[in-house]
Design a protein around this ligand. Structure first.
Ligand SMILES: Cc1ncc(COP(=O)(O)O)c(C=O)c1O
Length: 429
């Protein structure tokens, strides 16, 4: 075939015959749903828009001199190995330090029982890839982490949501769902849960429910994937034991975590702790995906942890987040309608709000961006069954207090317009 002459950049970016590719995509690729928050990430590059949409930690507060010292140490002592391929499971020194971090939270793990991943995100992907065949059931909170949605849809999981309340997943309803599925001859493959400072729900699972959840996993022999990026991002209340700890080594819990929130998300370094047979399969999946997590980034984490106390950095971050959360809660009180409700998180990065049922938050977002230059994550992105239309997630970790207040005020103005529209159209407002 003759090469096409004179194809412009625009032609290459938007080829003349997109249907050519549509016809060729694997069924798996055709069904992948995007993560709502990823779609909104590009807005962070438009300075006129206040975005409360991302889950961006505060990286401004990372001290310049710490950064410099870590870089210098890598250049001086580890240049060749930091630039070299490494083992798929990650640097041993890093896995040892990860075990130390887990032990701080009361969770015992062995370096051989850890794989370092490209962020917690890859750990989710590897978990789903390892266990889920098309049509397999995954039980997940509703709402669930919007970033897990592409993983669930890539591997064609059938996600059955379990409602959340202020004490986390409704474990009683989880049991009901399992019972209903058993009646249809279905055993769920995984229970995916975020017990600490749920994203997007903002709530934390109570100790009683954690115990019951682990008991259910043991009784019913269902694997639990515990996704824990926010355990250390607590600025109020007492830490609770992880599901990994409560499992006591019985092997029914896979624990995922990350350096994204305690250090920096740009490093893309996370981890999974799991029983040996599971790790062996995940290791193969990771070999296929990327051979191994960037050695330079792993080395950055190791050299940082050797020289500095991560707890001090996290304590500083938590102080910042607490004030920003307060700014958001104050602004919500002032700007949101009386019949809206929202969570009051004791940690993590997000507030989840429920608006009156006549407001659709996807429509609200379009109005908020266009007319008020402000963005948030609409609730539908956190469900795979079309629910969440009246809910929204707002982030308080990234913007300053003043910007958060302004952002919430603008969203409030967009909501007021929709209420007014509803009134004029003779609806139920
Ligand atoms: C619940 C949850 N899991 C996983 C991740 C992925 O984090 P990362 O890949 O940056 O470690 C996030 C990030 O926001 C999250 O909120």
């Amino acid at each position: 075939m003759e090469p096409v002459k004179g194809a412009t950049t625009a032609d290459r970016l938007a080829p003349r015959d997109p249907a050519r590719y549509d016809r060729r995509f694997a069924a798996r690729a055709a069904g992948i749903k995007s993560s709502a928050m990823r779609d909104l990430m590009s807005l962070t590059e438009r300075p006129e828009i206040i975005t409360l949409a991302g889950g961006l930690p505060d990286t401004e507060s990372f001290p310049a001199e710490v950064f410099d010292e870590v870089w210098r140490a890598i250049g001086r002592d580890h240049r060749a190995t930091a630039l070299q391929y490494g083992p798929t499971e990650g640097l041993l020194e890093l896995r040892e330090r990860i075990c130390g971090i887990m032990a701080e939270g009361g969770a015992e793990a062995h370096p051989d029982g850890i794989i370092v991943t490209a962020g917690g995100q890859q750990a989710i992907d590897l978990s789903v890839r390892t266990f889920v065949d098309p049509g397999d059931v995954v039980l997940a909170e509703g709402p669930t982490y919007p970033g897990a949605v592409p993983s669930f849809s890539t591997y064609e999981a059938r996600v059955v949501h379990v409602p959340l309340d202020d004490d986390g997943m409704r474990v009683d309803l989880l049991e009901e769902r399992i019972e209903e599925l058993a009646g249809q001859g279905i055993r769920p493959k995984l229970i995916y849960t975020i017990p600490n400072f749920h994203n997007p729900g903002g709530v934390t699972m109570s100790l009683e429910r954690r115990r019951r959840l682990v008991q259910i996993a043991h009784e019913r022999e269902i694997l639990v994937v515990e996704d824990n990026p926010y355990g250390q991002i607590r600025f109020e209340g007492e830490p609770l034991p992880s599901l990994w700890e409560l499992d006591g080594g019985a092997g029914w819990v896979i624990h995922l975590s990350t350096f994204s929130k305690i250090l920096a998300p740009g490093l893309r370094v996370g981890w999974v702790a799991a029983p040996a047979p599971v790790l062996r399969k995940m290791n193969l999946g990771k070999q296929a995906a990327d051979l191994g997590t960037g050695t330079l980034n792993q080395r950055f984490v190791v050299e940082y942890l050797k020289r500095f106390d991560w707890r001090e950095h996290v304590a500083r971050l938590n102080g910042i987040y607490r004030s920003r959360r307060d700014a958001m809660l104050r602004a919500l009180e002032e700007e949101f309608p009386a019949d809206a409700t929202w969570t009051r998180p004791q940690g993590g990065l997000f507030v989840w709000a429920n608006l009156p049922s006549y407001i659709d938050t996807t429509e609200l977002l379009a109005r908020a961006i266009e007319r008020h230059q402000v963005a948030f994550v609409p609730g539908r992105g956190a469900f795979l069954d079309g629910r969440g239309g009246h809910s929204m997630r707002m982030n308080y970790s990234f913007a300053s207090e003043a910007v958060i207040s302004e952002g919430v005020e603008r969203i409030g103005a967009a909501i007021d317009e929709m209420i007014e529209l509803q009134r004029v159209l003779g609806g139920g407002a």
